[in-house]
Design a protein around this ligand. Structure first.
Ligand SMILES: NC(=O)c1ccc[n+]([C@@H]2O[C@H](COP(=O)([O-])OP(=O)(O)OC[C@H]3O[C@@H](n4cnc5c(N)ncnc54)[C@H](OP(=O)(O)O)[C@@H]3O)[C@@H](O)[C@H]2O)c1
Length: 280
């Protein structure tokens, strides 16, 4: 059985406190109503998750803060991420303070720019403000979500500092090879959102179903294990107690080369979420 001590961690290099590590599996709360966060995140902590992913736009930072503030929860044991929304790119310090107030935290582990929103064209200003927060010690690491290669390259060219992590839509149906190669070349950790591509039907794909049967695991566990073997951080989300437990049991088996090859063949390059080049 997986325990929180047995979850692997990855090092965050750029724009981070030296030595900072992130647990390779995290619990996301997108679309979880604030009033339901107590039960879902509470259950996740009981099972062993020690990494929570929220955002201002999810409207549930208060709920995450309520759980982190419980007497039986050691805040220092949990890696906490939140994000700045598109309408706050020129207002990062105030947006950060407001999120920290809702979360009830003094220091955050990871603060992310949620989308590049390239038509607004102020994400470099937002990044500069994020770096200031990190230098001031208010957040241990800063990164981005949904940045494409040209957006990352521009941060490097204009500020000289790359994000520690890029949180992107990623699944066997959307493998993002070019972007992941850029991450690998530049020491950026890849973090996967919507890793199960539920809305695209990945869990019913015959290849996934067959490999899951071979390993005597569920399709969701098979796909989450694929992410781990790619050295991604993977975020899962469920409000169903049995699935919260199921999604955490992915460290007791390994995929073989043939399995990885079959899963590599599933790439369709299609998104279930917005296109970062046009969204926002
Ligand atoms: N940065 C961004 O732009 C961005 C965008 C999207 C998401 N995210 C983050 O990434 C996290 C994960 O993405 P996601 O929420 O789309 O996650 P996901 O795990 O791909 O999808 C969650 C959905 O899958 C279902 N599910 C979960 N485990 C399952 C299982 N074992 N078997 C069958 N169905 C299962 C859940 O249903 P039930 O809840 O009914 O069990 C829920 O409907 C989010 O919560 C959020 O923190 C970030």
């Amino acid at each position: 059985m997986t325990t929180h001590e047995s979850v692997p961690t990855l090092s965050l290099g750029h724009a981070s406190t030296p030595g900072l590590e992130i647990p390779q599996i995290g619990f996301g709360v997108w679309e979880v109503p604030d009033t339901d966060v107590d039960a879902a995140f509470g259950r996740a902590l009981e099972i062993g998750y020690r990494h929570i992913d929220t955002a201002r736009i999810y409207g549930n930072e208060d709920g995450v803060g309520r759980v982190l503030g419980r007497e039986d929860v050691d805040r220092d044991d949990v890696f906490v991420t939140t994000k700045v929304w598109n309408d706050d790119h020129t207002n990062v310090p105030a947006a950060f303070d407001a999120s920290m107030g809702r979360l009830g935290l003094e220091v955050l582990d990871l603060y992310l720019i949620h989308w590049p929103a390239p038509e607004q064209d102020v994400y470099v200003d937002a990044w500069t403000a994020m770096l200031d927060l990190q230098r001031q010690g208010r957040v241990r690491s800063v990164g981005v979500c949904n940045f494409q290669v040209p957006h990352l390259q521009r941060l490097l060219d204009e500020t000289g500092v790359l994000p520690s992590i890029n949180q992107i839509e990623l699944s066997p149906y959307l493998q993002q090879r070019e972007l992941r190669a850029f991450h690998a070349e530049h020491g950026i950790v890849t973090e996967a959102w919507s890793p199960l591509a539920v809305r695209a039907g990945l869990l019913d794909d015959p290849v996934v179903v067959e490999l899951a049967a071979k390993h005597e695991v569920t399709p969701a566990q098979l796909v989450l294990r694929w992410h781990v073997e790619l050295d991604n951080v993977v975020l899962t989300r469920s409000v169903t107690p049995a699935r919260i437990a199921e999604n955490f049991e992915i460290f007791g088996f390994a995929l073989e080369d043939d399995d990885l090859e079959a899963l590599a063949g599933l790439d369709r390059g299609t998104r279930t979420g917005p296109d970062p080049d046009t969204f926002g």
